[in-house]
Design a protein around this ligand. Structure first.
Ligand code: AMP
Ligand code: GLY
Length: 419
């Protein structure tokens, strides 16, 4: 098969790397891709949001399957567009993907179908939202309704901060049109976990859970980022909890979406909070997580092409999906200054100087004029290792990561460290 992966982050590199291991993957393409993906796929200079450009390329190249990595193209209706034009594509339709692209929709869906989640109230009107806020006790969770690249969530420690944030969301347009509607959510305490499933719209297959680190500095300090590291499995996780997640959250949500006339195919990501062994939904995403994918897919033993074909052909119940029992740790190397202002174009050295069992997934990289790899974004690389347990995997990553260098590079030192 000729397969096209849409996206350019480390998640998409991981997906492409995994697809490349399949005997069924004859030729791989990535749009727009990065320097790491260029090692396993041919890069196409087409933006992930350019539906028409991607369709034309897929047709010209006789692509058999297109795999969508990130939420932007899904919300932009790429799956509907490809399907309408008779092209096989992996990911949910625009209406199904609203489970991520509209917090109001997903919150209403969960309440209507009895899926355990944070309580919420939704507002279009600033003064009503502001009056409601005055009745709440901090911490208060405010979310812009639409997609905001992971930055649409504010957790306010005081009522004054909450009012200030509400103003900037609804009146100053900090999040653009995403913030015209807001959800004010119950604050959930506990341990966070990301849980992905594959689904064909009826059958739902679990993967392995993972945790990510959202803040820029060690000890979960500083501003939120796209994710600075991840690991699997969470030490607080067990098979009983997995069953509870599947039977009270993931399966009911897929059936609820089918029931609402929005059948969901692809991967669904439950962002969960576990307190006293009870999981509740913080949010859903219509895709795999980044940087969790970088540690989850290396544990997948089953051919990813086979899984995707089973999803597309509505026979996910007929395939056995297996993961290994290893632990896996990923640490993100970012450009100094990220998630604020940073510079790009710096040569990266040391990539060929790593132990054999280290995997490096690229995000913001490109190939420079002399064939060297240079930085091209905020999050640059995820360095990944497996081990018999988290301590071993973590030790391998940190033993190698300092060999990779570029000007002002930065990474957290405390990923998968448990004190
Ligand atoms: P989100 O973009 O919805 O994943 O939110 C970003 C982060 O904010 C989450 O990963 C949580 O750490 C935190 N968060 C979001 N919603 C809640 C909530 N209702 N209660 C507690 N923490 C939350
Ligand atoms: N790891 C967070 C996300 O992918 O949204």
């Amino acid at each position: 098969m000729k397969i096209l992966v849409v996206g350019s982050g480390a998640r998409e590199h991981t997906i492409t790397w995994k697809l490349a291991q399949s005997p069924k993957a004859y030729e791989l393409y990535a749009a727009p891709g990065n320097a790491g993906m260029a090692k396993v796929a041919k890069l196409l200079d087409i933006k992930a949001e350019d539906n028409a450009g991607l369709l034309k390329a897929a047709r010209d190249l006789k692509i058999d399957l297109t795999v969508i990595g990130s939420e932007g193209p899904l919300a932009n209706g790429i799956v509907d567009y490809f399907e309408k034009n008779g092209m096989a594509v992996f990911g949910p339709t625009q209406k199904a993907a609203e489970i991520e692209s509209s917090k109001v929709f997903s919150s209403e869906l969960m309440v209507k179908h009895g899926i355990p989640s944070a309580g919420y109230a939704a507002f279009n009107d600033f003064s009503q939202a502001s009056a409601y806020l005055q009745t709440q006790k901090p911490p208060i969770v405010l979310k812009a309704d639409g997609l905001a690249a992971g930055k649409g969530v504010i957790i306010a420690e005081t009522l004054e901060d909450a009012q200030e944030s509400l103003k900037s969301m609804m009146q100053s347009g900090t999040f653009g049109s995403s913030g015209e509607r807001v959800v004010i959510q119950e604050y959930l305490n506990g341990r966070e976990m990301s849980y992905f499933v594959f689904t064909d719209g009826q059958n739902v297959a679990p993967t392995v859970p993972a945790c990510d680190y959202k803040r820029i500095y060690d000890g979960d300090k500083g501003p939120n980022t796209g994710g600075m590291g991840s690991y699997t499995p969470p030490p607080f996780y067990n098979a009983v909890m997995g069953n509870i997640v599947m039977e009270t959250i993931m399966r009911p949500t897929i059936l609820a979406l089918a029931d609402e006339g929005r059948p969901y195919k692809g991967t669904l990501y439950g962002g969960l909070m576990i307190s006293n062994n009870v999981p509740k939904v913080i949010e859903f995403n219509a895709r795999l997580g980044d940087p969790e994918t970088q540690v989850v897919l290396p544990r997948l033993k089953t051919d990813l092409v086979d899984i995707i074909l089973a999803v597309l052909e509505n026979r996910l119940d007929k395939i056995n999906i297996e993961f290994d029992n290893n632990a896996c740790v990923g640490v993100v190397i970012a450009s100094g200054g990220y998630p604020g202002k940073y510079f790009t174009g710096y040569p990266i050295t040391g990539l060929d100087d790593l132990d054999k069992d280290i995997i490096v997934f690229h995000a913001g990289t490109k190939t420079g004029t002399n064939g060297e790899v240079v930085t091209n974004g905020g999050r640059v690389l995820t360095v990944v290792a497996k081990g018999k347990d988290l301590a071993e995997a973590r030790q391998k990553v940190y033993k190698n990561i300092s060999r990779i260098k570029f000007k002002d590079c930065y990474y957290r030192k405390d990923i998968a460290e448990f004190k």
